[in-house]
Write a protein that binds this ligand. Structure first.
Ligand code: HEM
Length: 424
């Protein structure tokens, strides 16, 4: 591969996505008020925060409603027959040639999920625990330890990409190159814009990223097939998989893999940022977790409830439905406010308290129902290995008082931008 490498492309692409989805206003406060006043919002609730939705320019072209309660969000997300996702192919999906799992419905979605799922189930993914741990400790932390200080986000941006590219079956020996691919993947996500003019510009540059990614993935796929389709990674599995009684061709494997890239990297990075922010800023928590590592999964689960990366999910109604006495016509958009449902006082006691000891109940940070995150077990293993390795290898890890305390922000994609720390 002869791809030109731009050193800072990944950092720039990540910041640009953060800016695009940051918006304005206090989303938690607005949701709290909405939950108290009315469980349904008639209109485009999201618009007030100045962020794009997955519907792209279709947003605002049809009746729109927002739901805030745990029960309502669950009702919508679990029922993919009445609440569909196909519209995403025209919005965010436009940056993926329309070919993303997220935007598939019905039989097409079921068959693609069935194909991809085995590569992401716990029994497969658990085999990755040791290699992931080794990558984190050897490739990332070894060189960090003597520095005694760092912005943890450099680590948080690099680890998920390095891990996912290996899991997918990409060569990971050339760091600059796979970071460039990750930057292209982010350019596709960052292409979504509120302003129609910027949307068109972004669509053009995302189009370039889509094409470049296609080329590099296709090259790997063709090479792997020529070798007899070996390997337990995702590309190997897809090359050997049968799809509706036939094998997938190189084009299909390439587009599936391409659609996985943006979903897998920055979501984990942002969740990592929230996990570490809450771990370092909640009084006494880091000492407890350092001493009892069985708390790490609870820390991760509670973070995903308390500060889900994706604050809302959109669906389109396939039929007329009713919520709280309001009729929602067929073909409407529903904004499912995950960030609100995860703090519904009817379900979670003291919902605005970050409490890793709370009894586990379903929340929606990884989605729910047929489109629920396929990569959640990978993400959890990665986060678990990362937290444990940081606590093991960076003694007395603490916030650096020379820098501002990290803040979790963003109206659509939440996370902290910088986490400056010190260790002994
Ligand atoms: C902490 C990290 C992650 C978070 C918070 C997250 C969150 C989500 C959410 C909320 C959805 C549901 C979308 C919807 O209902 O419309 C989703 C879907 C998805 N995620 Fe993740 N994700 C993470 C990591 C990953 C990873 C590591 C992968 C790797 C393969 C991945 C792949 C996917 C895919 C392919 C879908 C679409 C599934 C479908 O439509 O059937 N995600 N993710």
């Amino acid at each position: 591969m002869t791809t030109a490498v731009d050193d800072q492309a990944l950092e720039r692409a990540y910041s640009s996505v953060s800016e695009t989805y940051k918006g304005t206003g206090d989303l938690h406060a607005a949701c709290r008020e909405a939950r108290a006043k009315s469980p349904i919002f008639v209109g485009d609730f999201i618009r007030q925060f100045g962020i794009p939705t997955n519907a792209g320019l279709q947003q605002g072209t049809r009746p729109t409603f927002a739901l805030f309660r745990h029960q309502d969000v669950m009702t919508v997300l679990r029922d993919a027959n009445n609440y569909t996702s196909g519209f995403i192919a025209e919005g965010l999906g436009a940056f993926f040639d329309g070919l993303i799992v997220l935007a598939m419905d019905g039989e097409q979605h079921r068959s693609v999920r069935a194909l991809l799922q085995p590569a992401f189930m716990p029994h497969t993914v658990n085999k990755w625990r040791e290699p992931i741990d080794a990558v984190i400790r050897n490739d990332f932390l070894k060189e960090m330890i003597p520095l005694k200080k760092a912005d943890l986000m450099e680590f948080g941006l690099g680890v998920p990409i390095r891990v996912m590219y290996a899991l997918l079956g990409f060569p990971t020996d050339n760091k600059e190159q796979y970071r460039q691919y990750a930057a292209w993947a982010l350019a596709m996500v960052g292409g979504n814009q509120v302003d129609p003019q910027r949307f068109e510009e972004a669509r053009r540059s995302a189009g370039v990223a889509v094409a470049r990614l296609y080329e590099v993935i296709h090259e790997v796929v063709v090479e792997r097939r020529a070798q007899g389709s070996p390997g337990e990674d995702v590309i190997g599995n897809l090359l050997r998989a049968e799809h509706e009684g036939r094998m997938l061709d190189d084009h299909e494997v390439t587009t599936f893999v391409r659609s996985l890239l943006p979903a897998s990297g920055e979501t984990t990075t942002r969740t990592f940022s929230s996990v570490m922010t809450l771990l370092l800023t909640t009084p006494g928590l880091i000492d407890r977790v350092r001493a009892d590592r069985s708390l790490v999964p609870k820390l991760i689960d509670e973070t995903v409830r308390y500060e889900p990366v994706a604050t809302f999910k959109m669906r389109e109604t396939a039929n007329e439905v009713q919520f709280h006495g309001v009729t929602i016509p067929k073909g409407s958009f529903i904004q499912c406010m995950v960030v609100s449902a995860n703090r519904d006082e009817e379900v979670f006691e003291h919902p605005d308290v970050f409490d890793i000891d709370r009894r586990v109940k379903p929340s929606f940070g990884f989605g729910f129902g047929p489109h629920m995150c396929i990569g959640q077990f990978v993400a959890k293993i990665e986060l678990n290995c990362a937290v444990n390795a940081l606590l093991d290898l960076l003694p007395n890890l603490r916030l650096d008082p020379a820098y501002p305390v990290p803040v979790i922000e963003g109206a659509q994609l939440r996370g902290a931008s910088h986490i400056h720390v010190l260790w002994d």
